[in-house]
Design a protein around this ligand. Structure first.
Ligand code: SF4
Length: 230
């Protein structure tokens, strides 16, 4: 595991829980709107946490924390992620995993072995336009589609979520995404925000009116569609 960040306490990252968030390094996407530039392209001298440091922290906060969020980057790029999560579960914590959905086999294995309690999966845009903003060298929508189908089976608590940019998402896109994710348990739209950590700050935030229009389009497909952080 390459662990490049630790937020010791958060009330925001794990719905309804007090959690710590662990940030893994590296990602197979290069989304220009990504606000974690230093996790996707870690500087050579980036400070990394040891597992010992992480577990020392978790043990010291065992009475306060309900769970642990693992985010990135893309955590499933790390082959030892299941082993790492098992050690967290053995301490009695709930585990939430954030993923871009490119590794459905690992997600399935984690669900099967009851190593995760909640998965939050990014949906960048429609299947057809996906690579326009994911920017992978070699792109295949099939693994992402497989992860969507896996979560829709409902064996685990989950959410889908999309960061919306004024230049990238339209009502027609939302209609297509609604059809794709139809019947999902929860779908959150969050507004793009520019910051120093954005990979390529070429986009802008949508208006509240646009976001509310998107919610109206999505609700017939996913009644639990909500705005987050707006
Ligand atoms: S937004 Fe997520 S999937 Fe995209 S580059 Fe950043 S960490 Fe990777």
């Amino acid at each position: 595991m390459l662990i490049l960040g630790l937020q010791k306490t958060t009330l925001l990252d794990y719905p309804g829980k007090i959690a710590s968030t662990i940030f893994t390094g590296g990602c197979n996407f290069k989304c220009p709107f990504c606000h974690n530039k230093d996790l996707v392209f870690p500087p050579k001298d980036a400070f990394a946490f040891t597992e010992e440091e992480i577990f020392e922290h978790l043990l010291s906060k065992k009475k306060i924390l309900d769970g642990v969020c693992i985010t990135g980057g893309e955590p499933t790029l790390h082959k030892d992620l299941p082993e790492f999560i098992k050690k967290i579960k053995d301490l009695g914590f709930l585990v939430k995993l954030d993923s871009n959905g490119t590794n459905p086999d690992m997600l399935a294995a984690l669900i099967e072995s009851k190593l995760v309690d909640y998965i939050a999966m990014d949906i960048k845009t429609t299947k057809e336009k996906y690579n326009d903003i994911a920017c992978m060298n070699s792109f295949d929508i099939a693994p992402i589609d497989a992860s969507v189908s896996l979560l829709l089976e409902g064996k685990i608590d989950y959410e889908f979520r999309t960061t919306v940019m004024a230049e990238c998402h339209t009502v027609t896109d939302m209609e297509a995404i609604g059809q794709w994710l139809k019947g999902a348990r929860a779908y959150y739209l969050q507004s793009y925000r520019e910051s120093e950590q954005v990979i390529n700050p070429i986009f802008s935030s949508p208006s509240l009116e646009t976001l509310e229009q998107f919610i109206d389009v999505l609700k017939p497909y996913i009644p639990n569609t909500q705005l987050r952080g707006v």
